[in-house]
Design a protein around this ligand. Structure first.
Ligand SMILES: C[S@@+](CC[C@H](N)C(=O)[O-])C[C@H]1O[C@@H](n2cnc3c(N)ncnc32)[C@H](O)[C@@H]1O
Length: 210
């Protein structure tokens, strides 16, 4: 099953079924971006709008992008008539929909579904103002080494595992560097804040060279 088809089918239950990765990443993005000022934001893989609602309270305008029509529909239902423009697109393809330079691009739990992160970092660099930020929040690769993957129960009761790719910590830095990004911050988040366990979420804050 394609990743797009899988998310179309997951959309109905994405918000309602317990999902520690979804919820801990929501904490991560709010902490890392709390003090940054941003007006124009691009959100990659907005899904059902978990972070879109919060970004829209902080920004003048958000462009929320996803290639799953069903995930987008859930987000749109939550944010109708506001300062958010929704766009159905594959973010690995050229961002012809990006209308004006952004101060911030965010990417939450999407890069694990993209084999080659290079084009995303390239498009992101082109869409950002000099000095702009790129936030990335992902399932920690240490969790992936243990077999964790995005999965859900289909309406039939069968478990569906979405196609995922492991990106090592160094892969994020290697993908960022050629496109003029430097890493300003890297944080790790643990279930129940238990730092003796394997971290669940890794988050990065990159800045495009001024
Ligand atoms: C795990 S969900 C995360 C949704 C939301 N960001 C969150 O944190 O709850 C991943 C989302 O990325 C989207 N996605 C995956 N690959 C994509 C691609 N190449 N282009 C656009 N969207 C993509 C999926 O459709 C899905 O909505």
């Amino acid at each position: 099953m394609s990743i797009q088809t899988a998310y179309n089918a997951w959309a109905d239950t994405y918000d309602t079924v317990l999902n520690k990765t979804r919820d801990l990443e929501a904490v991560a993005i709010r902490q890392l971006l709390a003090k940054l000022p941003f007006a124009e934001v691009i959100e990659l893989g907005c899904g059902t709008g978990k972070n879109t609602e919060w970004l829209a309270t902080k920004a003048a305008h958000v462009t929320a992008v996803d290639f799953s029509a069903e995930m987008l529909a859930r987000a749109q239902a939550k944010l109708a008539g506001g300062n958010v423009r929704f766009q159905q697109a594959d973010v690995t393809q050229p961002w012809s929909w990006a209308q004006q330079p952004a101060e911030l691009v965010t990417s939450s739990l999407i890069l694990e579904h993209i084999a080659d992160m290079g084009p995303v970092f390239r498009h992101c660099s082109q869409a950002l103002r000099p000095g702009g930020w790129f936030y990335v929040g992902e399932l920690h690769p240490f969790k992936q080494y243990q077999g964790s993957k995005a999965r859900y129960l289909a309406a039939t009761g069968a478990e569906v595992t979405v196609e995922c790719y492991t990106h090592h910590l160094s892969d994020f830095l290697a993908a960022a560097r050629p496109h003029g990004f430097r890493c300003l911050d890297l944080r790790e988040y643990f279930d129940d804040n238990d730092r003796t366990a394997v971290p669940r979420i890794v988050s990065f804050l990159f800045q495009k060279e001024a």
